[in-house]
Design a protein around this ligand. Sequence first.
Ligand code: GLC
Ligand code: GLC
Length: 840
Amino acid sequence: MNYGYFDDAAREYVITRPDTPLPWINYLGSEAYFGLISNTAGGYSFYRDARLRRITRYRYNNVPFDTGGRYLYLRDDASGQFWSPSWMPTRTPLDSYTCRHGMGYTVISGAAHGIEASTLYFVPLGANLEIWRLRVTNQRATAARLSLFSAIEFNLWDAWDDGTNFQRNFNTGEVEVDGGVIYHKTEYRERRDHFAYFACSAAARRTDSPPQDCQSSLAGFDTQRESFLGPYRGWDNPVVVERGQSGNSVAHGWSPIGSHHVELHLQPGETAEVIFVLGYHENPADDKFDPPGLRQTINKRTVLPVIQRYLQPDTVEAALAALRSRWDDLLSVFTVETPDEHVNRMVNIWNAYQVMVTFNLSRSASFFESGVGRGMGFRDSNQDLLGFVQMAPARARERLLDLAATQLENGGAYHQYQPLTKRGNDAVGSGFNDDPLWLVLAATAYLKETGDWSILSEPVVYENRPGTEQPLAEHLQRSMQYTLDRLGPHGLPLIGRADWNDCLNLNCFSETPGESFQTTENRGEGKIAESVFIAGQFVLAAKEMAGIAEQAAGGKPHPATSDLQPAAYYMQLAQQMEAAVRAHGWDGAWFLRAYDAFGGKVGSAECDEGRIFIEPQGMCVMAGIGLEDGLAEQALASVQGHLATEHGVVLLQPAYTHYRVHLGEITSYPPGYKENASIFCHTNPWIMIGEAMLGHGEEALNTYHRICPSVRAAISDVHRCEPYVYAQTIAGKDAPTHGEAKNSWLTGTAAWNYAAITQWILGIRASHDGLRVAPAIPASWSGFTASRLFRGVTYHIDVRRAGPGNRVALTVDGQPVAGDVVPLPRAGVGEVRVAVEVGR
Ligand code: GLC
Ligand code: GLC
């Protein structure tokens, strides 16, 4: 079944039927105000923090699926028939339907009964609000008298509390309705200084112009859910819509909603435009009320000008143009033209877009992440930065410093921090022993991209505690030391609670139903279980530290590197760890995964299940272990032989068939799901990178194609998630649903795939000395062109295949250059032309 197509010129995915296998969503907003929107207008909005500042309510795992959103109803007042132009929630058959998901906006169009309606949803830059711009056209031969109803359901701010604490929450709801604007002000009377509002342009119209000239006018409103829906009814047939008349209800307690009733009178061929603005606003704590004192009426002096501005069509048009131009800028940082349309589409549009979304939201709010559970992951956010850093280096810098400020003095890390407070999350704590090393990798990526050495001397606190400031360089140093202080019997890093694989819990021994595998008290002292994955990661990080220290030796002006050891020290650490991996982490044909708490092997040919894991193969090869003597070749051949499937590379084989208390959550999943042998897409790019490092362009691209959303669009009935973004997981070959994706959008898969394709297959990557161009493209590619903005200079890169293999010959602005790094041009040069011959 075909559900849509890519419109690459418009940078949109166009969904052509509403009943997609799962809701196919998009994100609105990229700064402080965010929304999720499905192809049938489902979803919700929040300000900064999906848990603590939830603006609209959304019930996860609802029936019907994806009920609750930004709904509009149209009613033919002559016949009483009504429908939703976004199909949901009435699910009335539409004569036509499209949903265009674009960069930060979504347009949903639907026609029924000769009335075409199209709604543009977006969040303007610099504003804490969302716009719905509706255009309704009468395509009939006769005049139409219509009623339009809007509907949202307010959340009482803390989404967790909102979904659980009914004995209180059914009593606290409060609204104000003033000038057609619905204000939601639950708890504003006490400690909150923020409120939400829902405004409609039709209200403004009525006062400005005489009613007889009006296509649209506000006829009423509702703010009490039960009054709008009617008892025991759902969003699919609200009683107010059925009877064509609002109740003008003012909510007190129960469930505040926002609904406007707009009357539309349209001549044949005529179009009416109605703008809705849903927003969030804060007042100063000492100026909340107007008049001050007991009346408890919201002070609207600062919000009204905002509302009035955004209800103007010109403002909306200008804000949309500004948003488009922001995305033009962001996406122009790196563009490619290759013989592969999937690579082009993902690199130029969707992968870059997803990288931005994951950078903003970490793993907090998607249609699989409920927004109440997880803050910003330390490991996750560092990895997200790897894909994002070139798009907005200043934001990457801020993020690095935020992350480092949650680090513990012993070099360890809080596993998560809260976006609103930027503080470490005590509920989850620390002890994931891979965490600190990701900070080193992210900081290195930032330094290579920007050359901004000043960040290393930036004073940063530990655990957000003033007075503990140390230069960032010292934080990196402590990250390394954290591993060195925690080596196990084989000289390999102790795993702690888990490493990258949150579910490999070798010290947890959980026997209590429902207990969290990640946070429960670990058994014993954790001094035996070791991770080969962290060992590989440490080798990689140590080499990066050496690279940074070497730059210092090269005389660059960055005093903070004096907080670092000399390059030779880090190289020695890398060598020692590599020796431990070779001695105790090589299983004969692949890298071992770990030693358990009894010193037994995990991920070895000796095991009955879980004989080979993907993660250490990817990480050790990326760290350069065994590139010269065939271990890397052998490890990746084992991956292709044992783990590769038509839908991607699975995490391990054979899948665990029963629960093993000494391995933890990984064995809690049925075979083929999640960490227990699904295609955990996040790890596949590590294999792509490894293949590229070995010069296997064919295998790298082939591995990519299997998980590439654009390729998988052809099998949407199997894949089921959105065909324009990566999912975290695709069911593995042991699952009955092999090939079915879950957990789309918020996954490290976005950043790592972006890195794998752009930096390793296309081979264009930042280095301390300049832009490296070292492609590992398939033999069948005649070449490609790319444009890359790097440290303020635009590089126009033209790669031509001259023969087999991956050797490159560079010509920079007409001059041959030795090696594969394009040196930085002299100051003032804004553009550089690079001609690359591959296979000469
Ligand atoms: C999830 C987590 C990530 C972890 C991975 C593997 O994607 O967000 O931090 O590495 O699962 O368990
Ligand atoms: C579960 C998931 C894993 C995720 C973790 C986060 O263990 O399987 O993917 O990283 O939860 O807490």
